[in-house]
Design a protein around this ligand. Sequence first.
Ligand code: KIV
Ligand code: ZN
Length: 540
Amino acid sequence: MNSKIVFFDTTLRDGEQSPGVSLNLKQKIEIGLALVDLGIDVIEAGFPITSPGDFQAVQALAKELKGATIAALARANKKDIEVAWEALRVAENPRIHTFIATSDIHMKYKLRKTKDEVLELARSAVAFAKTLAPEVEFSAEDATRSDREFLAKVVLEVVKAGATTINIPDTVGYTVPQEYYDLIKFLIEKLVKEGYEEELKGGALRISVHCHNDLGLAVANSLSAILAGATQVEGTINGIGERAGNAALEEIIMTLRTREDFFKAKLGYSPVVDIDTKKIVPVSQMVSQYTGMVVQPNKAIVGANAFAHESGIHQHGVLCERTTYEIINPEDIGWTGSAIVLGKHSGRHAIKFKLESLGWHLEKDLLDRVFERYREEVKDILRQVDDAYLEGIVLDLLLEDQYRYQLLASQVISVLSGSLKPIAQVEIEDKKEGRRVSIGLGVGPIDAAYKAVAEALGYTFSREEGKKPLRLIDFHIDALSGGTSAEGVCGVILEDESGRRSAGLGRDGDIVIASLKALIKALNRMEAYIERGDKLKGLS
Ligand code: KIV
Ligand code: ZN
């Protein structure tokens, strides 16, 4: 039994059909290279007949990507297939992927063809493609809403015509796991009856599945089909694709890996998953960045919160033994950094763990005081607490009386329109250099105020020569209650030249003042750490 599961990625074709997504050639090649690196067996590079851009992209990918089969999509007609082959022919391992719809709805309204006509188009398209390419895949579009006997007839005809991968798409995301299982079993039994058992067992003939997620069942349906004997699974990274998307390949891969016991028990062998899972998160992030399709935080496997533990009980459990609340080791799929996220529900264990991972090994008494301050000042205000805020509390407790800057006065003028700009004036006491007064102009009053502070203290947010560069990593303002008299709270995270982060929170009824307080706090902590931080941690 050939137990290998062939992973067919269509991020660059079906994924690129996601509304609003358009990838340039360079991005497609980078994603393609990352997919090869991940261990994907077949990469669908595009649909060459659809545009000259798609043609060129498929051609470039066919040339650049080595070590994977490159597929190009073509409708079941001569012209499409010729153009697909023209784009593909330079590939190391090319595959023509031709398709035609087999459901009554599609045949009647979209194709306006009879069953016999569709059967003949499918057969002749595969036979023609086979004269060009060494490998031909056939897809029966809308297979899950097709008449089963007719579908089986088409499948047998295209196999006879030379197709070696038969894809049974759930084009509109309509099927459910048990029904899809039955359909795949039914088709395999038909093929076995016709004498294709050896080919199916040896992997020379594969049943493939391609599921859309309209009912949120794409991954479940794909897995169900694997249990029924499908040995190729199609999908996209992050599950992007038409409408609600395609099956998320990373979820299928990690389910097969994590529940190998279950699949082995059901199939009688372990499905082989030749994937370098450590590359999953980097590929996911690349696809998200290039497509502009943000991964929802609670998305399985690759969502930012997929391995983040916030509640005190869960954090304690994970810190004692990771497997209490984690079924996958996040490092195995390429997550780096700590899974412990500080927030509203974090307890003492998590705070201690975080501080230790930042290099702060505190005496119990000081740790208690950090925890108190965390509860009083941060916990209910920030949804997620960046490490820099926690470190800031330690610095306040150890060094606050030595902080360098104090905001003495400020004045800000807002502007409604015209050529005038908002202007801010600040007066700051600098313990080292004395009192400073400075002015800043900005896009808005806060921008002006921040520029005035930077000017006064020798920093720059815009890489000015001779000044200390700062990057504003995060800036946000929230109201602590409702109404116009609500107190505002501002959170700021800065990054200095060395990449170290420093955070500050500021509260005030005036949001400009709250913002200034947050900035001064972050700068004080930054300077204090530069002077004393490493020594206090015992690092130097
Ligand atoms: O969803 C679908 O049916 C497709 C085919 C072209 C394979 O994307
Ligand atoms: Zn599709």
